[in-house]
Design a protein around this ligand. Sequence first.
Ligand SMILES: [Zn+2]
Length: 480
Amino acid sequence: MAKLKYSQAELDNHEHYIRNRIVKALCKRLAMLSSLLAVSDILPNGSSYQGTKIDTPCEYDYILPMDMSKNNKDVVFTRIPYRSYALDVNIYGDTFTEITQLFSKLTHLDSELFRDHTLNSRTFVRCILLQALDKCLSELHAEGELVYKGLVLLDSKLEKESPKFNEVYLHSQEHGPSIQLRVGGPLCVTDIDMGFCLKVPGETLTQDTFYIALLSPPFLTHWIVSIYRTPNISNMDACHRYIIMALKYILTKLDKQRAFNSFSLTTLVRYHIENECDGSAVEQSIGKCFNDVCHSIARLQYVSKSDSPTELVSWGHWLEDLMNKDCPGIKIFRRGSYDNSEPVFPLVIYILNKLAKSSSGVPTVQDIQTQIDMVVKTCKLEAWRQHIIITLLRKNQLSSSEQEDILSTEDVYDLRVKYNHKNDTLFGTGIVVINTQRIMDIIGHQYESAPPNKDNLFVIHDHPNTGFQNFQTSSIKFLP
Ligand SMILES: [Zn+2]
């Protein structure tokens, strides 16, 4: 299914460009700026190096251990009591002086870099690393090595940032424990996560597996303990890697969005292996494994109504926490939060899983691809239709002819323009109910090349004016 769009030589060339022309060049420049910022290694991390890479090589993760802590008695790590995942990094002597000088050279911001001798990881990112990277990228730009487009908030302006070849944006905030670049690579626009970290001395397990102190995400001042594992010793079996690749393939059919990516999908599969997998992840059980993973994705955004299980209810926010497996205490998705909330992908996964379970015989690759395209298109359209209907109903601005018009408009773009929905955020304004049986019916009809029948398009909006409180929680249940 994950048919390669590019040849191995093209992919190698792309990776070579990302690693050498961008990451390595930047690291070299950082070392010239200050020996404190030198990194000893550029370590591959994430799916691009774990054998779950699919046709669009649009994400690369690197772990970059900084030399600062290497054989340096000035740097002392202290575990924080009651927080097993957290570390304080205390700096003394000449290193303390050098960091303080570098800080005043790079920024005029009034932030606390040290409390006593404890290095604030957040200030270190914002006032030292980001400023240093901004400076280095500007230098590389001035020398014609690349085209630097500046320090920008990448999340909020996704559509505007589509760098051309050799153009680079630097994300102005932390991206989890990493710093992010968006680069126009030889094959496609590529996000690079640079995980600057300190190797924790004395806690080296093996040459391929060791403890690192990662920068912590916003609002925390300490550092996060994690274990780095060389990707090629990743112990995930082929069956589960196929599942990740299938999910990532489906993801490429959706608009670029930030919540679901190789990292969050790999994390979900790792939890499945740990908590649900019956251990016989061989050919015969891939269906059960896939089913379990699909449900764990759907459960993040939807519950089903117990009196009508084919209707899925969403509030647009995350219904469960998803914890980072390697950084205990760090949440990838936060329960109750609308941040990066993405209801279309879980819906697509839910429907595809239902179709997979109900199909008989072995479909061809062509059939599967056609089916995925159809499901993505239908789910996206239905989600937008329901979102617009509910939004207008809530304002008491929906006439029956408009409702009919919304339900018969076949193009998401036309729908959004017509009803003035410029904001990309779907749902998030209250309850939206999706009737999955209707989606199955629409797909069934189209799949047999029959013209879509207007009567089969669903009209479902149970009490749209009710809020969470009025919605009987007894009438809904978590997906099985
Ligand atoms: Zn499994």
